[in-house]
Design a binder for this molecule. Structure first.
Ligand code: FES
Length: 309
């Protein structure tokens, strides 16, 4: 895509900063579809993915919203703590790994900043006259990003659930009440997505793209060895580090992007050993036979894993 200018920054909810990006020459931007994200290269060089959350028909500006994650990997703090307005940032994308697939209607479930890919979905469904319902939960009212826009858009199709007043959203009841043929889309933190998947295994889910993510280094129970067969190297992956982290020390050019297991950039062929898949690229039904793994989040169920690197 090239560099885009940060034209505006706006505080839209507690710890949520919205950025508007335009072409430096004021020209038009490529079209995108709800669910798409872009990757920003921050002034420090950190690259972070953010869902596009503006209006897909607006070709003058792209909008992202960034939730500050105090104990994240630093991307969101940099966005919040740096004067970005007037600066140009390198942008890749848009990329869509969370597309709206055809259905009779949609139940959209958002946790916190997970609203960002679902808001443009709600806009698009409204424009197309397709039924939808959206539930947005957050710790308290001050953290319900885009609440006013949602209510204006959907009226009583939108249920806002501030946890300190109303507790957690009743996901089981909402999913049970969805009419037949309606698709369930969910974006939010891992515990919420785990609950959604246990209630509705056909749901489409995405971890929120705060840019720091809530994806901990997965499988922190133990270390294992990785053999890089083409490079004839062997190394140990400690319990608290990802395969990608360790491999990058040996092979700095290894590709990656989101570091959260959803973009597919770090997909690597596995030649021996048993991967413990933690990503959202490989469908759960295909994990047992998959011959590749996303090394940014997936780990090993065997003592040694051989990778074609
Ligand atoms: S870097 Fe995106 S899936 Fe691994």
């Amino acid at each position: 895509m090239g560099p885009l200018l940060v034209r505006q920054a706006r505080w839209i909810a507690h710890d949520v900063l919205e950025l508007q990006l335009t072409r430096p020459d004021g020209g038009g931007l490529p079209p995108w579809e709800p669910g798409a994200h872009i990757e920003l290269t921050l002034p420090s060089g950190l690259r972070r993915p953010y869902s596009l959350c503006g209006n897909p028909t607006d070709t003058r500006a792209w909008t992202v919203a960034v939730h500050r994650v105090p104990d994240g990997r630093g991307g969101s703090q940099e966005v919040h703590d740096t004067a970005l307005v007037g600066r140009e940032l390198e942008v890749r994308g848009p990329i869509n790994r969370f597309p709206l697939l055809p259905a009779k209607g949609y139940l959209l479930l958002a946790g916190g900043i997970g609203i960002t890919p679902l808001l443009p979905m709600a806009r698009e469904l409204t424009a197309r006259g397709i039924p939808w319902r959206l539930i947005l939960g957050a710790r308290d009212r001050s953290r319900l990003a885009y609440a006013d826009d949602l209510v204006e858009l959907g009226g009583d199709r939108v249920l806002l659930v501030p946890q300190d007043e109303a507790g957690l959203p009743d996901l089981a009841a909402e999913i049970a009440a969805a009419p037949p043929g309606h698709a369930v889309y969910a974006c939010g933190p891992t515990p919420m997505l785990d609950t959604v998947m246990s209630l509705c295994p056909t749901a489409y889910t995405e971890h929120f793209t705060s840019g720091d993510g809530d994806t901990q280094v997965a499988g922190t129970k133990g270390e294992f060895d990785v053999v890089l067969t083409r490079s004839d190297l062997r190394t140990t992956v400690p319990a608290d580090r990802s395969v990608l982290d360790v491999v990058r020390e040996l092979l700095p050019a290894v590709p990656y992007s989101c570091e959260e297991g959803y973009c597919g950039s770090c997909e690597t062929p596995v030649t021996a050993g048993i991967p413990d898949h933690r990503d959202t690229v490989i469908d759960p039904s295909e994990r047992a036979t998959a011959t590749t793994m996303m090394i940014c989040v997936s780990r090993s169920a065997s003592a040694v894993l051989e990778l074609d690197l």
